[in-house]
Write a protein that binds this ligand. Structure first.
Ligand code: MIC
Ligand code: SF4
Length: 641
């Protein structure tokens, strides 16, 4: 099979393996991005590799998540990241400059480039035609060291867009519609490649909204062609030289197809607590709302906020409502200011927050108890907003703005004339000089605050293990369930012993003490275990607590890779009914020493009952796990060399 865009980019970057769906391949990485919440760990890991400089075309270190500075932790981490960037040749984006994905799209992403980022929404850059993949911090550290990125060759889905958007519908409604059709695991092992005449109707930031939320489908990534719209976007960003035209070949073949008629798309919302629980906004008519938040890497572009401002212009938000707005970048912020739109937003009663992730990761902006919060973000997992009993709905900026005015969801038929969908203005302000570019003569000093605790060392996997089931969890457990976000916990990302105290705290406050008492154990889970955020701490901290295996009905891609990177066996239950049969505290024995790549194996319960697992681990993955994790393997190989 040949000719689709995804395969063409992969082929150009292929360093190992065959491009057969499901098979292991290695690709050369042109660009990396890290953010502060995952970046300190990635940088510590890069330091451990002992190289003098990064070996990519471009690596950018953004500070956008942990921007609250309540005490020394976050500011110390920012200073550490700044000094690491200067020493090792990375571009540094200081706190407040913007959200990594929005900034990367505006300033660095380019068609045909491969990008991996230690954040699950890295596929945002697919909107400009990059092959952009979210990964764990360690995988990104290795890419910074010039190592290929290893992944399974995805199946490529052609998403054929017909027609044009009409009425109040926007890009967010398209992806919410696709999520409703495919579900949060519908993209597993796949790349969604957007084609068809409908692509021409969408601007680059609108495309980026769609590729951003491909992460919620569990997709490896999503990508749009690079066409005249892309060229125009790059021209306005003052970097037309980064453009190359990219299309699938005529008659290109795909593994699957999906047709979407844009003219049939209507305003949509995702209901609590999952991004795929789609519903038409008119079906929510009358539902009272406490808070509206507009921003995040999904919907914080100039057009998103201009639309919002023009809907709010000359009006006040409903009296009982709180409206929070965070522009995606200082470039967006400057355009709003220049056009007087910021004033429209302020005069409506909105609170303007800094250009950062903010409420999306529970970094401030939590809703009231039992509050209904309507957000233009991409995730509405329970508790993620920082208020455990809040109910979060995901919507477009247009829906959010009307909801803020009305104080409740109203059917779009009451919203009046739709706004036109805006493009960028001619003179887009350049904010490149706000980035700190690495100096010619790199300084050698690295600043390490007391919050940066050295990485724990892990032992190799013993051949024979007796592991109690420490927790039994349901389907679609996200990494937010495993390790909560929010200001308190996220500021501990550089301190594994401290952050491990929060593992599974929202599901079961006794988990940590049980794990510590047992010394070793396993997690039992349903389908799509580890969906959502790429935070490798959701594997690293359980490993620190003694988790040596996860037995699940299926795994989300990035989390499975993180488990392997930190020496935890991800095993798939062969018979789904075993999930019902197995209980918490039950002890299972496994003879890991006898595991062979790709061969089924059996665990044995106390009653001598076998539990069959499909072991889909490759030789390379098993080697990593047997060494107790990828860093051990790299260190041991160095010792032997
Ligand atoms: C998220 O949206 O969940 C985050 C916070 O951006 C994460 C990264 C993290 O946990 O640091 C992600 O998407 O990977
Ligand atoms: Fe930041 Fe939210 Fe985007 Fe994650 S999803 S990168 S927390 S804005």
């Amino acid at each position: 099979m040949s000719g689709n865009l995804t395969r063409k980019i992969i082929e150009e970057h292929l360093v190992s393996g065959k491009m057969v769906p499901g098979g292991e391949i290695g690709i050369r990485i042109d660009q990396t991005l890290t953010q502060d919440a995952t970046g300190t760990m990635a940088c510590l890991q890069f330091e451990a590799l002992g190289l003098p400089r990064v070996r990519t075309e471009l690596s950018v270190s953004y500070v956008d998540h942990n921007t609250l500075q309540m005490g020394f932790r976050n500011p110390d981490d920012h200073r550490y990241l700044r000094s690491v960037a200067a020493k090792f040749g990375m571009i540094f984006s200081p706190a407040g400059t913007g959200i990594c994905h929005q900034l990367h799209l505006e300033n660095f992403a380019a068609p045909g480039k491969t990008l991996i980022g230690s954040d699950s929404h890295t596929p945002t850059a697919g909107g400009i035609g990059s092959l952009a993949i979210g990964a764990g911090g360690l995988s990104v550290a290795l890419a910074m060291a010039g190592e290929p990125y290893i992944l399974n060759m995805p199946r490529v889905v052609r998403v054929h867009l017909e027609g044009r958007l009409t009425g109040h519908a926007g890009a967010k409604d398209i992806i919410l519609h696709i999520l409703e059709r495919l579900s949060v695991k519908g993209g597993t092992g796949k790349v969604l490649e957007y084609t068809g005449p409908g692509t021409a109707d969408l601007s680059v930031p609108e495309r980026a909204t769609i590729t951003n939320m491909g992460a919620e489908l569990g997709a490896t990534t999503s990508i749009f062609p690079a066409d005249s719209t892309t060229r125009e976007f790059l021209r306005l960003m003052n970097r037309e030289q980064d453009f190359q035209e990219l299309h699938p070949d005529p008659g290109a073949e795909y593994d699957e197809e999906l047709f979407v008629d844009l003219s049939a798309i209507v305003p949509m919302a995702a209901r609590p607590h999952m991004p795929d629980l789609g519903i038409r906004v008119d079906e929510l008519d009358g539902l009272r709302v406490d808070q509206v938040a507009i921003g995040s890497c999904t919907n914080s572009s100039y057009a998103d906020l201009k639309n919002t401002a023009l809907i709010l212009k000359g009006r006040r938000i409903a009296p009982d409502i709180e409206l929070l707005i965070s522009p995606g970048s200082k470039q967006v912020f400057k355009m709003l200011t220049r056009e007087g739109l910021l004033e429209d937003l302020m005069d409506s009663g909105a609170r303007i927050l800094e250009c950062a992730c903010g409420p999306c990761i529970g970094m401030g902006g939590s809703p009231v108890s039992r509050g209904v919060s309507v957000r233009t973000f991409n995730r509405n997992f329970e508790g993620r907003s920082g208020t455990q009993d809040a109910r979060v709905y995901l919507v477009s900026p247009v829906t959010a703005a009307h909801t803020a005015l009305n104080g409740c969801f109203r059917s779009p038929k009451f919203w009046g004339e739709p706004q036109p969908r805006f493009g960028l203005p001619e003179n887009v302000p350049d904010i490149r000089d706000l980035f700190v570019f690495p100096p010619e003569e790199p300084p050698q000093e690295i600043y390490r605050g007391p919050n940066i605790v050295p990485l724990p060392r892990f032992d190799p996997l013993p051949a024979k293990l007796r592991l109690p089931v420490l927790i039994k969890c349901s389907d679609n457990i996200s990494t937010d369930h495993i390790l909560p976000g929010g200001a308190q916990v996220t500021s501990l990302r550089s301190n594994i012993p401290a952050i491990s105290e929060f593992i599974f705290s929202r599901l079961d406050p006794d988990f940590v003490s049980r794990a510590q008492k047992a010394g070793r154990g396993m997690v039992l889970a349903g389908e799509n275990y580890g969906q959502g955020s790429s935070r490798e701490h959701a594997a690293l901290a359980p490993r620190y607590l003694g988790v040596r295996a996860v037995l699940a009905r299926s795994f989300a891609r990035i989390h499975r890779a993180n488990l392997i990177n930190f020496g935890i066996l991800p095993l798939i239950l062969d018979d789904p009914s075993d999930y019902d049969r197995l209980r918490q505290d039950q002890v299972l024995e496994l003879d890991a020493g006898s595991f062979k790549p790709g061969q089924a194996a059996h665990l044995i319960s106390e009653k001598n009952e076998p539990v069959k697992v499909q072991n889909d681990l490759t030789r390379a993955e098993l080697e990593i796990i047997f060494h107790g994790g990828l860093l051990n393997l790299v260190r041991n190989k160095k010792k032997d060399a």
